[in-house]
Design a protein around this ligand. Structure first.
Ligand code: PEP
Ligand code: MN
Length: 327
């Protein structure tokens, strides 16, 4: 369990939350807090920088827990290792850039001090191969520390297939789930932790703040320490379906989400077309246009191994609903 605030905001806040988490028992804890925050907008809080490393060092001394922070540049790696930060994580934005990832792996290889472990988050884009490639860059350097993967999803969507592929290709790499960045909502963190257990993840990375409403970054997704305690205490009933099937069903549900959202989008366009037809005194049903749609999809279906009958049934269902909307 890796837990702590999104960002180290002040020495007092960093130590106060660490103190609160040191009373949460049940799992071994690694304390996280970002010193440098890679934010989308330059107008938002960018992290306090290097000074936070000292605060994390105090957490380690006072509470005896290993500490973790995010690094995005070789200079940040050097500073974090000099200060004795135990675990370094590569964020989603860094993970999108293989040249930078290689530079970070190289600087660790040359560094006199070693971290206990490196956590590599999935890239901001849904790219399993890039994520796997980043992990391989560290593995190739043959380091003695642990290399872990953190699944944080893309754009507040899990993208389960990306993690499924990582599990298949690198089964020996511990896989953690970050429900905070995956959902962007504190109210969804507990539910995602249950899914992590159902899918047999090896651990969690959760953003915890004792005053989430006042957090300087990622305020909507940070949970209070009390809720972390509840999550840790909650035992999920072991499902009796095989693990492989549980993964495939999660992937299928996510594909279905896209499918149904697409159907809703299609209906919205259909309604706009209906308005246009009405304004221009056109018939709702345009047979040549319908025939063109059917033929195009039948050709597509044969290339994808889908039965022509199925395609016709789906198009007819969509068409019927479109007509109803346009009427
Ligand atoms: C973070 O963990 O605070 C963070 C910035 O994560 P990500 O790179 O997943 O956005
Ligand atoms: Mn964050």
């Amino acid at each position: 369990m890796i837990a702590g605030p999104c960002a180290a905001e002040s020495e007092e806040q960093t130590l106060r939350i660490a103190q609160r988490l040191s009373n949460v028992s049940g799992v071994p804890l690694i304390y996280r807090a970002g010193a440098w925050k890679p934010r989308t907008s330059p107008e938002t809080f960018q992290g306090v920088g290097e000074v936070a490393l000292q605060w994390l060092h105090s957490v380690k001394l006072n509470y005896g827990v290993p500490v973790a922070t995010e690094v995005s540049t070789p200079e940040q790696v050097r500073k974090a290792l000099e200060t004795g930060i135990d675990y370094l994580w590569l964020g989603a934005r860094t993970s999108a850039n293989p040249i930078l990832v290689q530079a970070l792996a190289d600087v660790i290889a040359q560094s006199p001090s070693r971290p206990k472990g490196i956590l590599i988050k999935n890239p901001v884009n849904n790219d399993a191969a890039l994520w796997i490639g980043n992990i391989r860059r560290f593995q190739k350097s043959d380091f003695s520390f642990q290399i872990l993967a953190v699944h944080r999803g893309c754009g507040h969507k899990p993208c389960w297939e990306m993690a499924y592929r990582l599990r298949q290709e690198l089964p020996q790499v511990p896989l953690l789930l970050d429900p905070s960045h995956m959902s962007g909502q504190a109210s969804r963190v507990a539910e995602l932790c249950c899914i992590a257990e159902e899918l047999e993840y090896d651990g969690l990375m959760i953003e915890v703040h004792d005053e989430p409403q006042h957090a300087l970054s990622d305020a909507p997704q940070q949970i209070p320490p009390d809720e972390l305690e509840l999550i840790i205490g909650k035992r999920v009933l072991k499902p009796d379906t095989p693990l492989e099937l549980r993964w495939l069903r999660r992937i299928m549900d996510e594909v279905d989400d896209v499918l149904w959202e697409t159907i809703a989008q299609r209906m919205a366009v259909s309604q706009q077309i209906g308005t246009f037809k009405k304004a221009n005194n056109m018939d709702i049903v345009q047979p040549t246009r319908f025939e063109e749609i059917v033929q195009r999809r039948l050709k597509w279906a044969s290339a994808h191994g889908i039965a022509p009958d199925t395609v016709t049934q789906i198009i007819n269902a969509l068409h019927t609903e479109s007509i109803r909307k346009q009427q």
